[in-house]
Design a protein. Structure first.
Length: 282
């Protein structure tokens, strides 16, 4: 069953592309027609591509890996933050910090610096600072929180990138391509789809268009997370049952060597008794 349908995407305005003069010829397979100088995206293909992307995202989430959402456009910031938080995934809605993927250890140091500032504030280390010094530290903390607060839980490189407007976020796409990280992207008619592993052809400017696509993808991610929880619970129950069975067998196995030892101890006594009873040889 499809996660979206033609009517839903049409109502959300997913079919509106860019002006014909701004188009990227590589997007030709996803364009249905042109009206009033604007390209119209083939939503039948969009439905199929959303399902393909959602299934792949579900498998990534099911394996317990992280997906990094990226959208720094003003009209999509709130949506991406809300949807990513709903499935417990990291996201970037402010300026993309160059080298975030290719120089990940440095980014992690900045995140740890933010945690250190919090720790020092709580234990009273900064109590003796002057107002000016304290203000500088507070501003530094606020800046780190704004740019990196949403990736605090990202302790290792993400297993996938979900990008809204691959043209605007081309630095993030290039870094992911360089590291072999699969990229999922909402791709408009003015963008280059060749570096995107899972292309979702749709309007990447309209708020409703981005929201309906993200809702379908995040629902799939949530399914993967829930299935992982169920599998873990089943494994835990199986392990507990195996331990219980092993504990039940242990007393039986312990009794067997004891019985064998008792029989071995009785054997020489029986032999001596038999030797006494036997008549002496003439």
């Amino acid at each position: 069953m499809a996660r979206t349908n033609f009517e839903q995407l049409l109502q959300a305005g997913c079919h509106f592309g860019h002006l014909k003069r701004k188009w990227n010829p590589a997007m030709a397979p996803y364009i249905y027609t042109e009206r009033n100088g604007i390209h119209i995206i083939d939503l039948h293909k969009t439905v199929i591509k959303i399902d393909e992307a959602a299934d792949a995202l579900k498998q990534i989430a099911k394996s317990g890996k992280k997906i990094l959402f990226v959208a720094t456009k003003k009209q999509t910031k709130e949506i991406i933050a809300e949807k990513a938080q709903s499935v417990g995934m990291p996201y970037v809605t402010e300026r993309w910090p160059g080298g975030m993927l290719t120089n990940f250890p440095t980014i992690r140091k900045a995140v740890k610096k933010m945690a250190n500032i919090d720790k020092l504030m709580q234990d009273g280390t900064y109590a003796n600072l002057s107002k000016r010094e304290l203000l500088q530290v507070t501003r530094q903390r606020a800046k780190l929180e704004k740019n990196l607060g949403s990736i605090v839980d990202l302790t290792r490189l993400p297993s996938a990138l979900f990008v809204v407007d691959v043209m605007k976020e081309q630095i993030a796409v290039r870094e992911a391509n360089r590291l072999g990280i699969p990229v999922f992207g909402i791709v408009d008619t003015n963008s280059e789809p060749k570096n995107i592993d899972f292309v979702i052809p749709a309007n990447d400017d309209a708020k409703d268009s981005v929201e309906i696509i993200l809702s379908a993808c995040c629902a799939a991610i949530n399914e993967g997370i829930e299935e992982r929880k169920v599998e873990k619970a089943d494994e835990k129950a199986a392990d507990a049952q195996a331990e219980a069975e092993a504990a039940e067998k242990a007393p039986r196995q312990a009794r067997r060597p004891r019985k064998a030892a008792e029989e071995a101890a009785e054997a020489p006594v029986a032999e001596e008794a038999n030797a006494e009873e036997a008549p002496a040889a003439e």
